[in-house]
Design a protein around this ligand. Sequence first.
Ligand code: IZC
Ligand code: ZN
Length: 416
Amino acid sequence: MNRGICVFNIGMLATPEGKGARRGAAQGEIRIRRDAWVAADADGVIRAVGTGEIPEEYSAEGITRIDAGGRLVTPGLIDAHTHLIFGGWREHELALKLKGVAYLDILAQGGGILSTVRNTRAATEEELTEKAALALDRMLQMGTTTCEAKSGYGLAKEEELKQLRAIQALQGRQSVELVPTFLGAHALPEEYKEDREAYLCLLTEEMIPAVAEEHLAEFCDVFCETGVFTVEESRTILEAGQKYGLKSKIHADEIDPLGGSQLAGEIGAVSAEHLICSPDEGIESMAKGGTVAVCLPATSFYLDKSFARARDMISAGVPVAVATDFNPGSCPCLSLQLAMNLACFKYRLTPEEVLTAVTLNAAAAICRADTLGSLEAGKQADLVIWDAENLDFLYYRFGDNLVKTVIKKGKVCVER
Ligand code: IZC
Ligand code: ZN
């Protein structure tokens, strides 16, 4: 009989603590335990975390014992921003990029997001599901136990629902827990080029109500950017989402600072994402509104852009999360470990701040901080045993996968 698990002989257990986002100096406060253990019940909920001798109730018969071999253990990584579901890839854009053609110019010429829209519309729900399952398996191998997943390559009612249904089909059929976001406002579809108003109506009057009615997403997101959606359009779309119970996220200040981060704070968005060129007013607004800043350093690298002002955000009291932004255009990368390295070196965040950014603050960015993101009694037993003895080692090494074992909801799902 399964009576739970006990992970023991943990050389260093590193975790943030709490049930909400950590901001300011608290982002860098990590609880470190040596010679530690974590015990979880049969439902995959942590019962206790301790050091030294393991109480008998956690080492009784029927409890699976997992020897961490003196290694580092952290909470499972949470990727709070991905465009998981899409058809095709965009490797043909590489040559254009190397020639210096800008991301927004490729989009304006009908490529970029719109090229992925064509490939996604051409794929069946099953094809999209199978393709994303492969990506999720790789993410899990690299320590990601929970992942936010956006639609946004359908840009038509049934096509967006198809993407969201693919996410729903993947939930529970593999080990990575998914949190769905509706991103019907990712670009203006080509067939609405001459009639923006009609697409805005479709979004707010048909697509959002349908997504809410079928409970296919928790969040509504908008790409607020030059040539995509304006700040006022973004406000209209996100407020329509809120009316139907979809919490707000926004792609803001990725290429141009239009005012998306200011809007995020004003409307109480749960998170604002990218924030590569956020102005002071945007950072202040997010601090005031309690918005989590989801920073995507691998995208800055891939677009050859500057890096978000994550240090200033922490100083201003904005909780910072770090995610991959996995997508076929601006960041075809599944490794949150690589994003962690970049966050440390390019944002100049400490290893402790980055750990919070990919665990508890990432959980807060997807409204899961009450159950995920830290190793404490009552939270879900999602954890990674690393081929490392201490936290610094994770950032010191790069370009490799340092995962040894991944445990999701109390079950070992990766053993390397
Ligand atoms: O497919 O280019 N920024 N959306 C907004 C993306 C990047 C994904 C893409
Ligand atoms: Zn994105």
